[in-house]
Design a protein around this ligand. Structure first.
Ligand code: GLP
Length: 261
């Protein structure tokens, strides 16, 4: 690929709207490259960083770039601690369709983050309430989250904080909205479709020292519209992120909810 084509592949422009900082990318490849670099720079600055990562389609290309950077010895996760934002109730570490399986397949099996430093809520815990309390304790014991990377659902959910989630919520059992179940159905086992999940709470998310939101595709436009307008955080949880002191949203042109002059 010639330099010009490479340049346009990564072409991006910063924006600030309503006090919210964002970067718009022409191509999803450029967004993933930027997101991966933010994580790499975080780990270079603080090798024992505590990260919290999402699942879904949006971060897949970012994870692939992280694996490639690790394979080129450009980053190490050896001293990092990594939490995940959510897991389905009833799906366990080895289940097809669980987020634990997703993270192993797309990241953990290909990098050097020790298994003892990777945490994801256990959807098959005997006592789910205790599991949610233990998860919060683990985050506190790790010293809190240095860098929280999030995707966003079409209905504005972050993690599995669905519309109506309290700003003060902690890690808890959540009921999945019909729109979410429909959007995620393709990745779930036919026979035992979960209807609930374990999700870190909005308060837990907002306590992270830095938050980066990734949004790609026009289905995310309504969520970003509410975010940038700081509208209805109780019905659009993503809007709460606007109040975070160190927040950036990385989006492609399709997800951008307004024309940038
Ligand atoms: C899923 C996950 C979220 C994710 C969101 C968007 O339900 N619980 O963590 O950010 O939906 O997923 P996608 O990136 O596939 O659009």
């Amino acid at each position: 690929m010639n330099a010009l084509a490479k340049q346009s592949r990564f072409s991006q422009r910063p924006l600030v709207r309503n006090g919210i900082h964002g970067v718009v990318f022409k191509a999803q490849d450029g967004l993933a490259h930027h997101a991966a670099n933010m994580i790499i720079e975080q780990l270079r600055a603080k090798p024992d960083s505590v990260l919290c990562l999402p699942t879904g389609r949006t971060p897949l290309l970012t994870y692939r770039k992280l694996v490639e950077a690790y394979q080129r010895n450009e980053v190490s996760f050896r001293h990092a601690t990594i939490f995940n934002v959510d897991e389905y109730v009833g799906l366990g570490k080895q289940d097809q369709g669980s987020f634990a399986t997703y993270m192993r397949d797309n990241l953990f099996d290909h990098i050097d983050c020790p298994a003892t430093k990777r945490f994801i809520p256990d959807g098959r815990a005997e006592d789910l309430q205790q599991e949610t309390r233990d998860y919060e304790t683990r985050i506190t014991e790790a010293g809190g989250i240095d860098l929280m990377v999030l995707g966003v659902g079409n209905n504005g959910h972050i993690g599995f904080n669905e519309p109506g989630s309290e700003a003060t919520s902690r890690t808890r059992i959540v009921k999945l909205a019909p729109q979410t179940l429909q959007a995620n159905a393709a990745d779930l086992p036919q026979k035992k479709r979960p209807t609930e999940a374990l999700s870190i709470g909005m308060q837990t998310i907002m306590e992270a020292r830095r938050i980066v939101l990734l949004a790609m595709g026009e289905t995310k436009r309504p969520a970003l519209e509410h975010l940038f307008a700081r509208l209805h955080p109780e019905q659009w949880p993503v809007s709460l992120l606007a109040d975070h002191p160190d927040f950036t949203v990385l989006m492609d042109e399709q997800a951008l909810p307004f024309k940038v002059r």
